[in-house]
Design a binder for this molecule. Structure first.
Ligand code: NIG
Ligand code: FE
Length: 411
């Protein structure tokens, strides 16, 4: 048995998905201890001062606060090249869409990814995952979507698989071939989809277990609602659960589509309207809020409070990518959710743990600290959880435990 003791306060939500408009969202244990057996949480106790049982290993948390390992349920962590030129253009007043339409944007990253080998992409992404671990993150979803050809999309998925096996964070792969229409198929989105949605490709993905989810950028000038429906329905036949980049720039009915196809999540929602909100509430789809993306682009945030008040469970993730949000830090993103979206620290904590786990269909295993759950635990170098949000942008992680093993010590 491993015992983590001397925890000033332990904060955890219940298993996801949960509505965030309830009082007492988070359970707190004070002067607490956690017992871990076989990588799983055996017990959680308050006011723990007992002698150490014979044979037990002990981690003394030293009066620090403890939270569930953080879960980043929406990222584009695998990419080559950088796009600081676009950051400068935006600072000069150009918009994300203008830059994309004049040949920058996703397409410039696609060129770099196509030119990079699998090994090079692994080497480029590895330090990003190490930094995420240093921020207390134990599970990360990673999308393809910068390959935009059968060969390069499969390469991206294999990169994610190789990364998953080579470092402690659990990675969950998503097939996002429908991220943009490559130049060879300009004006022929359907033709492009014919190639990346062929039975052969999807069978390879299923057989090699290269992805668990399918995603699509359903947006004006990218994929239409009908094309997006095709992507998600076809991928579902091969076992990939649907997710959607929806209502980010224009309102074209993407989140209504999410509701219709029973997507697990609908992500972005900066431009969601009343009707769409009702639709996703009915379908039980989880809203993934990406506050660091709007912060980075300098555009209005998704209406988080309205979404939460409507009773839609919400998750918060980074959307880390080389264009619209080059922010790797989930804790910084969580602070931004408080200051720019009007969410409370408790809501955000649950959004980036229990609800993020639900988005990734793992809520019965990760995302909360309860007996029976996998022991994914982050010890903060802080006496309480609120300080993690308050010290925005500062890394307050002390120790990270994944499935009962210490995988990172910052200090
Ligand atoms: O989630 N919206 C589309 N995809 C990314 C941006 C990708 C990029 O600019 O490279 C996003 O914001
Ligand atoms: Fe994204």
């Amino acid at each position: 048995m491993l015992i983590i003791r001397n925890i000033s306060q332990l904060c955890s939500g219940p298993k996801g998905p949960v509505r965030l408009d309830k009082p007492e969202l988070v359970t707190r244990h004070y002067h607490a201890a956690i017992g871990i057996d076989d990588g799983k949480i055996a017990w959680v106790r308050d006011s723990y001062d007992e002698p150490i049982p014979p044979g037990a290993r002990v981690i003394d948390a030293g009066g620090r606060a403890v939270i569930p390992g953080l879960i980043d349920c929406h990222t584009h962590t695998v990419f080559a090249g950088t796009r600081e030129n676009e950051f400068v253009l935006r600072a000069e007043g150009r918009s994300y869409s203008e830059i994309a339409e004049s040949g920058g944007g996703i397409k410039s990253t696609v060129k770099a990814v196509q030119q990079a080998s699998l090994e090079e992409l692994v080497a480029i992404a590895m330090p990003r995952l190490h930094r995420m671990l240093e921020w207390g993150v134990t599970t990360v979803e990673v999308k393809s979507g910068y390959g935009l050809s059968v060969e390069d999309e499969l390469k991206m998925l294999r990169v994610i698989k190789a990364l998953n096996e080579a470092q402690p964070i659990e990675l969950i792969p998503t097939y996002l071939a429908a991220h943009s229409i490559p130049n060879e198929f300009r004006g022929d989105g359907d033709g492009y989809l014919d190639s990346v949605l062929s039975d052969d490709v999807l069978k390879t993905i299923a057989d090699e277990q290269l992805a668990e989810f399918a995603d699509v950028f359903c947006e004006r000038n990218v994929f239409t609602v009908e094309q997006s429906r095709r992507v998600l329905e076809k991928c579902r036949e091969f076992g990939l659960a649907p997710r959607i980049h929806a209502d980010q720039i224009a309102q074209i009915g993407a989140s209504k589509l999410a509701a219709e196809v029973g997507a697990v999540s609908v992500d972005h929602l900066e431009e969601i309207d009343e009707e769409s909100l009702l639709a996703i509430k009915k379908s039980g789809t989880i809203a993934v809020l990406l506050p660091a993306c709007s912060f980075y682009l300098g555009v209005p945030q998704a209406p988080a409070r309205a979404i939460i008040q409507a009773g839609v469970p919400a998750a918060v993730a980074t959307d880390f990518n080389p264009g619209s949000c080059c922010i790797e830090s989930l804790p910084l993103t969580m602070s931004i959710a408080c200051t720019q979206m009007g969410m409370t620290p408790e809501q955000v904590l649950v959004a980036s743990t229990a609800n993020a786990a639900a988005v990734l269909k793992r809520a019965d295993r990760i995302g909360s600290i309860e007996p029976g759950m996998q022991a994914d635990i982050t010890i903060l170098d802080l006496p309480n959880v609120e300080q993690m949000f308050y010290f925005a942008g500062r890394n307050c992680t002390h120790t990270v435990i994944k499935a009962g093993e210490v995988v990172m010590r910052n200090r």
